[in-house]
Write a protein that binds this ligand. Structure first.
Ligand SMILES: *Cc1c(COP(=O)(O)O)cnc(C)c1O
Length: 419
């Protein structure tokens, strides 16, 4: 029985359409994934009814004995997963986790050194309309023009020149592994604290196949819904000595009551990520990204940095005579979802940049492998080379549907139970 269907047909119609969209298309947005049915059930549980301001054992509300258990399990699992001394699992999102660290580590007006948004950084790393950019003085480093790799000489030079209180590492659109210890050395030299925002690649870190920032950073933040494959949310980690101030910055510093249903979903996802199957999953995500990248590169597009060693790639589509906006639109018409993206030193505008960003976490969760990646690369190249051809788009859409049908999304299992 479905209560939404009975009580609220308008919302149910939209949810069903979204469910069909997820099942029938190929999700290649690098920041998206499919959570397990268990995670979805946790997020849809009675815990959404509970107020629990405070932390386990120290709440401002009664009746918290069971949600305390949930939050303790979530904290302990995340600590085990990343080797962290202290974890706060309450941030409602990755952005909230970052705000809480800024509130802990720096004062308004302080200088922060972070990755340029147009080279792959994030809004919360000092974009002028974001509270980070409004409250603090951000200076940005980028990637090298010749090889698109992080320019550590520039990071060191800017750090010496501007003497930031905080250095921020981590990215939303950087296709290579980040060597966090290089940031830590520079931070130590200039007396700055180091925050690593591993929102995108936390799942690869959890699996042990990407450099773990926790041992070298003062603060580590993440989302839980990207490669980590949990519910939409955030976490923030630090050493024991900063635990009280970080906790205070999350609540009451930036948030009120925690979303206990989401924290339960996080706990379930961390439990899944601790199992050996998750390591296999993460390895396949990277194998798939490599296979997709090499097939695309041999078909006439350029890849930022020449390839990838994580879950995503930035594809410069301008060699095909089109821009990122049109590329996103025609792929969408074929059922392939991705996003237009600036490439480093882009000469085009953010609303119609030179590139698209493609990721493999969601398709890998559905069980697709390198053979499917090479078919998908063929389809992508075909439509991007004939973006005006209705027949090419229609034929590709049919092939996309046939492939999608063979790989049910995890939510299909939940739906089967509900019927
Ligand atoms: C996605 C992302 C965030 C923000 O996460 P939200 O949950 O959308 O607020 C922060 N930092 C980086 C690097 C990200 O990629």
């Amino acid at each position: 029985m479905n209560f939404i269907e009975m009580d609220d047909p308008d919302i149910w119609t939209a949810i069903s359409a979204e469910q069909a969209r997820q099942q029938d298309g190929l999700e290649m947005i690098a920041s998206e994934n499919f959570t397990s049915p268990a995670v979805m059930q946790a997020v849809g549980s009675v815990l959404t009814n509970k107020y629990a301001e405070g932390y386990p054992g120290h709440r401002y509300y009664g009746g918290c004995e069971f949600v305390d258990k949930v939050e303790e399990i979530a904290r302990n699992r995340a600590a085990a997963l990343f080797g962290a001394e202290h974890v706060n699992v309450q941030p409602h999102s990755g952005s909230q986790a970052n705000s809480a660290v800024y509130l802990t580590a720096i004062q308004p007006g302080d200088t922060v050194l972070a990755f340029d948004l147009s080279h792959g950084g994030h809004l919360t790393h000092g974009m002028k309309l974001n509270s980070s950019g409004i409250l603090y003085r951000f200076v940005h480093y980028g990637v090298r023009r010749d090889n698109h790799l992080l320019d550590f000489d520039q990071v060191a030079k800017l750090a010496r020149e501007h003497k930031p209180k905080l250095i921020v590492a981590g990215a939303s659109a950087y296709p290579r592994e980040i060597q966090h210890s290089r940031f830590a050395e520079i931070a130590r030299e200039v007396g700055a604290k180091l925050m690593v925002d591993m929102a995108h690649y936390a799942g690869l870190v959890a699996a042990g196949i990407h450099d773990n920032p926790v041992p070298v950073a003062d603060f580590v933040t993440s989302t839980t819904h990207k490669t980590l494959r949990g519910p939409r949310g955030g976490i923030a980690m630090c050493r024991a000595e900063n635990s009280k101030s970080l906790d205070r910055s999350v609540f009451p510093g930036t948030q009120g009551g925690p979303l206990m249903h989401v924290i339960a979903g996080k706990a379930v996802a961390f439990g899944e990520a601790l199992r050996p199957e998750f390591k296999l999953y993460a390895m396949k995500v990277v194998d798939n990204a490599r296979a997709l990248a090499s097939a695309l590169a041999s078909g006439g597009v350029k890849l930022v940095s020449g390839g990838t060693d994580n879950h995503l790639m930035l594809v410069d589509v301008t060699p095909l005579g089109i821009g990122g906006k049109l590329a996103e639109e025609v792929l969408d018409q074929c059922g392939i979802t991705c996003n237009k993206n600036m490439i480093p030193y882009d000469e085009r505008k953010p609303m119609d940049p030179s590139g698209i960003r493609l990721g493999t976490p969601a398709l890998t969760t559905r069980g697709m492998g390198t053979d499917e990646m090479s078919s998908i690369a063929t389809w992508i190249l075909r439509v991007l080379k004939s973006p005006q051809s209705r027949s090419t788009i229609d034929a590709t859409k049919r092939e996309v549907c046939e492939l999608a049908e063979q790989y049910p999304v995890p939510a299909a299992k939940l739906e089967a139970v509900e019927r």
